[in-house]
Design a protein around this ligand. Structure first.
Ligand code: ATP
Ligand code: MG
Length: 398
């Protein structure tokens, strides 16, 4: 029996004229992610995209799992394809879903007919199919309100799709439909979650990580790569810039009052991230900050950090509790990596008593003790860029 995966796209339906462009980006994203499994054919019709493997050997279980992690999809289901003839439809429904029907108590049939030349109307198709299945599974009852399984029969132009319940998709919008954002990624719990949340809204991610060797280790950098790989399962491959931050941090330590160390450091992160964002044509910065979580994330501190950014700073975790952030972190399989204990540059030279009510003016004044221009330029120039992708292959397709 020939099988395909049917995909319902999400908010795309709202996009009117842009719909087709959005669908094309979604198809491109799916195609990339499936490329490791083989070649697939894509067809779009009536807010459904059908994905069919070109070879019979292709593993559809794996394909379905990958599709479940592509943003821009509300729901998807495996479906059998058959000829547009009522007898064939009945046999296919039984062969494809019979076992599933044995395992449940209630069902209903829903039919759609986009080919109006098909001799039966949708209610007639449902009635015939329902009757046929009931005769073969006499324990079943029809429940039109909340059945255990819905048997879907969709009569299209070329063939008929038959499928059971739909799986929930990853939601959101296709990555690449909302421009690019620069994710500041540490090795912590929050920033990978923040990146995932913005990718979900269709933003393509570029990432920047600040490393301060020898205070921070190579292992800490590898941890960031591992985290980005987890995000890339959803977002597609991510270009990562690793910035050498040691000299700037030492200059802060030697020239800035201790209670302002962290905030001056965070402002320089924003400045450097903004410079790379400009090169990369990003329209926003993304951080994992959450209001009040630590001293550098009080509303006063955030106001100071913000002033150093050239682009809007998206902080999708801002109103979330740690437990809510951890829930997403676990869902995307990042949590166990995040809690590995490697030193981040944020924990190098941390003040014992950070300023509780900093103001941008106080920070401007403190920062004026040093001409940072060259230090910042050098940090940007010497940043190393590389692609992080799911399959560890730097030239990999996703
Ligand atoms: P996270 O769990 O993401 O590390 P956090 O609660 O530990 O967040 P901070 O360490 O204060 O908070 O960092 C706040 C945000 O600053 C991070 O979410 C991240 O976006 C950014 N950030 C912190 N350290 C780095 C780093 N070494 N490189 C890049 N960005 C960083
Ligand atoms: Mg951190």
């Amino acid at each position: 029996m020939q099988e395909v995966i049917l995909i319902k796209d999400g908010e795309l339906a709202l996009k009117g004229l842009n719909r087709s462009t959005f669908e094309d980006i979604l198809i491109k994203n799916i195609r990339r992610k499936l490329s490791a499994l083989g070649k697939f054919r894509f067809e779009k019709a009536q807010s459904t995209i059908s994905v069919s493997p070109e070879s019979e050997e292709t593993d559809l279980d794996e394909a379905a799992e990958i599709i479940g992690k592509v943003f821009g999809i509300v729901g998807y289901s495996r479906a059998a394809i058959c000829e547009k003839e009522m007898g064939t439809i009945l046999h296919t429904a039984e062969a494809y879903l019979g076992e599933k029907l044995d395992a449940v108590k209630t069902f209903k049939v829903e039919s759609k007919r986009s080919d109006k030349k098909f001799p039966l109307t949708s209610p007639e198709i449902s009635r015939e199919t329902g009757g046929y299945l009931l005769r073969r599974h006499p324990h079943l009852k029809v429940d039109v309100h909340s059945p255990d399984i819905v048997v879907n029969v969709e009569v299209r132009d070329k063939y008929v799709f038959i499928h059971g319940n739909q799986e929930k998709g990853a939601g959101g919008m296709p990555v690449g439909t909302n421009g690019k954002g620069m994710l500041l990624i540490s090795g912590g719990i929050d920033s990978p979650v923040a990146g995932w949340m913005m990718a979900k809204r269709g933003i393509e991610l570029v990432a920047v990580h600040f490393a301060s060797p020898p205070y921070t280790s190579k292992r800490a950098e590898m941890k960031v790569h591992e985290l980005l790989r987890k995000v890339a399962v959803y977002s597609g491959r991510i270009r990562l810039y690793t910035v050498r931050f040691t000299e700037i941090q030492e200059t802060i330590r030697d020239n800035i009052p201790e209670d302002m160390f962290t905030l001056v450091m965070r402002r320089h992160m924003m400045r450097i991230a903004s410079m790379i964002a400009e090169k990369e044509n990003c329209q926003a910065l993304i951080t994992g900050e959450s209001v009040g979580q630590v001293a550098s994330q009080t509303i006063f501190a955030l106001n100071c950090t913000n002033k150093a950014a050239k682009y809007p700073v998206f902080r999708p975790c801002i109103g979330m509790d740690k437990s809510e952030i951890i829930e997403i972190s676990r869902k995307i399989d990042a949590f166990d990596i995040s809690i590995e204990p490697y030193q981040d540059c944020c924990t190098v030279f941390t003040p014992k008593h950070p300023k509780t009510r900093p103001t941008p003016e106080l920070l401007d004044e403190a920062e004026a003790a040093v001409d940072w221009t060259e230090l910042l330029d050098t940090a940007v120039k010497t940043a190393e860029a590389q692609f992080i992708s799911v399959n560890q292959n730097p030239e990999g397709s996703y």
